[in-house]
Design a protein around this ligand. Structure first.
Ligand SMILES: *[C@@H]1O[C@H](CO)[C@@H](O)[C@H](O)[C@H]1NC(C)=O
Ligand SMILES: *[C@@H]1O[C@H](CO)[C@@H](O)[C@H](O)[C@H]1NC(C)=O
Ligand SMILES: *[C@@H]1O[C@H](CO)[C@@H](O)[C@H](O)[C@H]1NC(C)=O
Ligand SMILES: *[C@@H]1O[C@H](CO)[C@@H](O)[C@H](O)[C@H]1NC(C)=O
Ligand SMILES: *[C@@H]1O[C@H](CO)[C@@H](O)[C@H](O)[C@H]1NC(C)=O
Ligand SMILES: *[C@@H]1O[C@H](CO)[C@@H](O)[C@H](O)[C@H]1NC(C)=O
Ligand SMILES: *[C@@H]1O[C@H](CO)[C@@H](O)[C@H](O)[C@H]1NC(C)=O
Length: 505
């Protein structure tokens, strides 16, 4: 790489300037399954629990990107034409605010040039870069105020992963606007471009999608790994496994996940380079060596799964909550989006919302009904019940916001309105019937009704009705704050108050 260092500056630092104001509490320590003091004495069940937690996001990668590889190959963008619906199962907990464009990235044989067009200021978009384990290690787009032009994607090798921008005096002649250094040889991109309504506006989004281009370019030197192909990712059992938390894995799913990790881990090291030795030591104790997984003698997989279940329970304890208001919560910034050494959070979020964005791009608070057991993440309605969420005022975001409901396996809920979310681009109304977003200066309270899809509420509620599963049952909701302001995480914005009552007619 021929870079002139005086011409480099770290845009990431600038982008994160906005973030430092979000309270970052002390990181929790490494997974409790790992004794840090004496790695050599590590128990094989604990080491295997670590390895499965560490490798679990690979099952989501297979589920999400094997179809992409089959459709367009690596280093090529697959543009989604429509927002997600209840019949799309491409991604768990999809948003219905944006069109996704995805690519499976393979930097083993070549570098890749990504061309970003001019995008109007009023069109929120983000180009997130993920390593093979789902770490959102870099972003371009509205929040980071990306200049249009060509960006070079390459494997970081021993370098620090991240985005580096070329700029400043005398540097305009550079071929690239910046360089994105991937922590891992394989990875992904999952672009989101906001859809302002679901009608004619899709054309404007398609036009932007068609101008985002990707091309592999030759690089000197030996390949870093085999080319990324569907067959390299193993068989489709893993894609089925992705629907489950690892605590529900069969022995076959455990061994296949660990075999895939064994094949990929050498060319796809941990994002946090300083943790490489520790990770490799534990993986070796778990039986992962020289590209092969060999179950250690005496391994007790049932015990392994209980260790992981304990870790997940500990992860969800209130001490790990970032936002925690009116029973809305999210995990600490250190346990969100870009996980570094927080492998338990990385695995849990892979299941709960694969390819989450880092906190300076988006926050995803979820609601926990306090009348339900604390280990249960869901909300729950009987056939004749409803929730009402009362927002004190319009949420302060620089991008957009929405509230989306999911069924108990993290997919959208079918309903006759084809409505999966409500937010700033919906026709929400105040109690007096005036449209919340028609008048930019209005800023009163408004309510959203969550009621089973088969019980239509009274007409004045139709615009504010987000359907829950027909007949009632378990489900979850997420708020999405894209381009979050400080008020959303420092306590200044009052989160919606939620009440449960009988059906609203
Ligand atoms: C294995 O993990 C359990 C639970 O996290 C812990 O109590 C125990 O000390 C660990 N054992 C070893 C040998 O690391
Ligand atoms: C996973 O296992 C737990 C506990 O055994 C069970 O309650 C839950 O329903 C299972 N979830 C799935 C998605 O299979
Ligand atoms: C959730 O929705 C998906 C997609 O429609 C469906 O395949 C799955 O069975 C649903 N899960 C439940 C528990 O209803
Ligand atoms: C958006 O439009 C597409 C087709 O144009 C349709 O399939 C989808 O159901 C619509 N989504 C919503 C939320 O109306
Ligand atoms: C909102 O209402 C207007 C006028 O009543 C209508 O044209 C538009 O399609 C509605 N938009 C949505 C997203 O329902
Ligand atoms: C609909 O009308 C009822 C009763 O008049 C009122 O309580 C409720 O707040 C109204 N719904 C909305 C969305 O304003
Ligand atoms: C809902 O139905 C159940 C029995 O079907 C009944 O016990 C309960 O009182 C009803 N709740 C409301 C709020 O009407």
């Amino acid at each position: 790489m021929h870079l002139i260092h005086s011409c480099l500056f770290l845009i990431l630092a600038a982008a994160r300037g906005a973030v430092t104001s979000i309270p970052r509490r002390a990181d929790i320590s490494y997974s409790s399954a790992i004794s840090r003091s004496d790695l050599s004495s590590i128990d094989i069940n604990n080491a295997t629990a670590f390895a499965l937690t560490y490798g679990y996001p690979l099952t989501l990668y297979v589920q999400t990107f094997e179809p992409t590889l089959k459709a367009v190959g690596s280093n090529a963008i697959l543009n989604e034409q429509h927002t997600a619906t209840a019949t799309s199962e491409v991604l768990v907990r999809p948003n219905v605010d944006t069109l996704y464009s995805r690519a499976a990235i393979d930097l083993s044989h070549s570098d890749v040039v990504l061309s970003i067009p001019e995008v109007p200021d009023d069109r929120f978009y983000v180009v997130p870069f993920y390593d093979l384990y789902g770490n959102n290690f870099a972003n371009l787009g509205s929040v980071t105020k990306t200049p249009p032009g060509d960006y070079l994607m390459t494997a970081a090798g021993k370098d620090e992963p991240g985005v580096w921008m070329y700029g400043g005096d005398g540097c305009e002649s550079y071929k690239y606007k910046g360089i994105i250094k991937y922590p891992t040889t394989y990875g992904s991109i999952m672009i989101r471009i906001v859809v302002k309504n679901n009608g004619t506006d899709l054309d404007a989004v398609h036009s932007i999608q068609s101008q985002i281009k990707m091309a592999a370019i030759e690089r000197e030197g030996e390949p870093l790994a085999p080319a990324l192909t569907p067959s390299l990712l193993g068989n489709s059992q893993l894609a089925d496994a992705a629907l489950l938390l690892p605590i529900n894995f069969s022995v076959a799913q455990i061994t296949e996940t660990l075999q895939l990790l064994a094949q990929l881990s050498a060319s796809n090291p941990p994002e946090e380079r300083s943790d490489l030795k520790r990770v490799n030591t534990i993986l070796a104790v778990a039986g992962i060596k020289a590209g092969k997984y060999t179950p250690p003698t005496g391994i007790d997989y049932a015990k392994v799964l209980t260790l992981i279940a304990d870790d997940f329970l500990a992860l969800l304890s209130p001490s790990n909550h970032g936002i925690n208001q009116n029973n809305w919560f999210d995990l600490l910034p250190s346990l969100s989006g870009d996980f570094h050494t927080q492998y338990t959070a990385r695995a849990f979020i892979a299941w709960f919302g694969y390819l989450q964005l880092d906190v300076y791009e988006a926050l995803y608070p979820t609601y926990h009904d306090p009348t339900l057991p604390s280990t249960k993440l869901t909300m729950q309605l009987a056939a004749n019940e409803s929730y009402i969420m009362t927002f004190s005022q319009k949420p302060p975001v620089t991008g957009f916001w929405s509230l989306t409901a999911y069924n108990s396996t993290n997919y959208l809920i079918p309903n006759n309105l084809d409505r999966y979310s409500l937010g700033d681009r919906s026709n929400l109304t105040y109690a007096d019937g005036a449209q919340v977003y028609a008048d930019p200066s209005s800023n009163g309270a408004f309510s959203i009704l969550i009621q089973p899809a088969d019980i239509s509420p009274g007409l004045n509620w139709t615009n504010n009705w987000l359907p829950a599963p027909a007949g009632g049952g378990d489900f979850t909701v997420n708020l999405r704050w894209y381009g979050p302001t400080q008020a959303l995480s420092n306590g200044a914005y009052a989160y919606p108050v939620v009440t449960k009552q009988g059906s609203v007619y």
